[in-house]
Write a protein that binds this ligand. Structure first.
Ligand code: DQA
Length: 148
């Protein structure tokens, strides 16, 4: 069975408790549960991981690469806009990467328009709340089926 890693970056453990106008009321646990349900429907295995520590995120990406992860869906939170460390770690991956955001980053402050992953990710889905994640997982599975 193909395995997909879902990475949640800095501050995303606070979904449900932060800025409901941007992120709604859904919690990270609920997002992970919905992803788990969709993963079983699509017949893939997923692992969801969240950290607020950049080095921990980088090491998780290294391990995923060494273990031969099939695809990665990432919402790096604010790291998206500036973390060269996470960008370099993601660039090591040979697996396809899909970038997702709950909020519509292109309609928000200018610093959110730039993504450090734009050369690495196959594409970006933003603005659809939890559906951004669910669509991201569907796209990752589609890429894997097209490329196998
Ligand atoms: C976010 C958008 C980022 O700009 C922000 O820093 C976040 C969440 C999103 O999911 O909409 O923390 O990645």
């Amino acid at each position: 069975m193909k395995k997909i890693l879902v990475l949640h970056g800095i501050n995303l453990n606070m979904f449900g408790k932060r800025d409901p106008a941007q992120y709604g009321s859904v919690t990270l646990q609920q997002i992970d549960e919905q992803l788990g349900g969709l993963a079983s429907e699509l017949n893939v295995a997923i692992e969801c991981f969240q950290t607020n520590h950049e080095g921990e995120m980088v090491e998780k990406i290294h391990r995923a690469h060494e273990e031969g992860i099939d695809a990665v869906v990432i919402n790096a939170g604010a790291w998206t806009h500036y973390s060269y460390g996470i960008m370099d770690a993601m660039a090591i991956l040979t697996a396809p990467v899909v970038e997702v955001h709950m909020s519509h980053v292109h309609s928000r402050e200018e610093f959110r328009h730039f993504s450090i992953f734009s050369n690495i990710a196959r594409g970006q889905i933003s603005g659809f709340g939890v559906n951004s994640y669910l669509l991201g997982l569907r796209v990752a599975v589609d890429i894997l089926s097209e490329e196998s």
